[in-house]
Design a protein around this ligand. Structure first.
Ligand SMILES: [Zn+2]
Length: 322
């Protein structure tokens, strides 16, 4: 199977009450860990590349890594998606360069300007058989070059979504309902603590999601900043020389609930980083004599694979849907 767009995936996901995992890729081990899990679990998948990933690994290397995954995993549909395209030029470069889906993120711009920029990307993308994700509302947090202070973040205004989707022609819409980028999604003072002293974040705004869905029936919604920041990996990092106090994410049961509703794409990046970093830190601590990168990247890749497998089965619900 060649690379596909997300159109069919989202239709099936919407009807089936599950979501597709959109995992960020930056190098070979991450691509392999994700796609091996998806292959074994028979899950469709979106591999996404941020502006930062293109700067780090180079556009061509990433495209070729994903093309290799397509060859190695012919049983599953794979989308190659641009995450947080900052402008028309970046989106155009990815559309011309083999991507099947792009995001234009003009959510920090005024409403009319967001519509204008998104519409321009949609026209170019659709002419080339590529689909477009847009964003309304702003998420707090840090993801590569996207930095938004908590006080500048705002929930999506449901009364704007129909006009935005109609005027831009976008194929899916990322909304802000309380998720945020990074491994510190909530400040301790926003949270309560459970019996084990673990931070419990405030719930997502399902009322906003439901109102958006009511206004856009059948339309695929996207959640960014949806890592759960597994405390097992935070603990491993902190016990092996790391320093990540109060790292906290979105509880997985809330993501499962969103996936049953109109959310068809859930972005996961920080959790992969935590799995990789935790594994490597532990390895270095336990084997100070080792220096072959394959020896520590192999267990890191294996733990990314197991993490993705868990997401597919227990959070996204897309295992067996390829
Ligand atoms: Zn994002």
């Amino acid at each position: 199977m060649a690379l596909v767009t997300s159109t069919e995936m989202f239709k099936k996901a919407y009807a089936g009450g599950y979501a597709i995992g959109a995992f960020n890729v930056n190098n070979m081990e991450i691509v392999q860990g994700i796609t091996e899990a998806c292959k074994e679990e028979k899950a469709p998948v979106i591999l996404q590349v941020s502006k930062g990933a293109r700067a780090y690994a180079n556009h061509t290397y990433l495209v070729k890594l994903v093309e290799a995954a397509v060859i190695e995993c012919p049983e599953i549909p794979i989308v190659l998606h641009l995450d947080h395209g900052p402008d028309f030029e970046t989106c155009k470069a990815c559309i011309d360069g083999g991507f099947t889906s792009v995001m234009i993120d003009a959510s920090s711009k005024p409403f009319a300007e967001n519509i204008e920029i998104t519409k321009k990307v949609v026209e170019y993308a659709h002419d080339h058989g590529v689909v477009v994700e847009a964003e309304l509302g702003t998420l707090a947090g840090i993801e590569d070059d996207v930095k938004v202070a908590a006080h500048e973040a705002s929930y999506t205004r449901p009364e704007e979504v129909e006009e935005f989707v109609t005027k831009t022609g976008c194929d899916s819409l990322a909304i802000a309902i309380g998720t945020s980028h990074g491994a510190y999604k909530f400040k301790p003072e926003q949270c309560t603590r459970n019996a084990d002293g673990i931070l419990v974040p405030p719930p997502l705004r399902f009322d906003v999601l439901e109102e958006v869905s009511r206004r856009l029936p059948g339309f695929p919604i996207v959640l960014h900043g949806a890592s759960s920041v597994p405390q097992s990996f935070v603990k491993i990092i902190n016990e092996n020389g790391g320093k990540m106090p109060n790292a906290v994410g979105v509880p997985e049961d809330q993501l499962r609930q969103a996936a049953k509703l109109s959310v068809c794409k859930i972005n996961i990046d920080s959790d992969l980083r935590l799995a990789m970093t935790g594994t490597i830190r532990e390895f270095f601590n336990e084997h100070p004599d080792k220096f072959d990168p394959r020896e520590y990247l192999k267990p890191a890749r294996a733990n990314i694979k197991e993490l993705v497998r868990h997401k597919l089965r227990d959070v996204l619900g897309c295992a067996g849907k390829a």
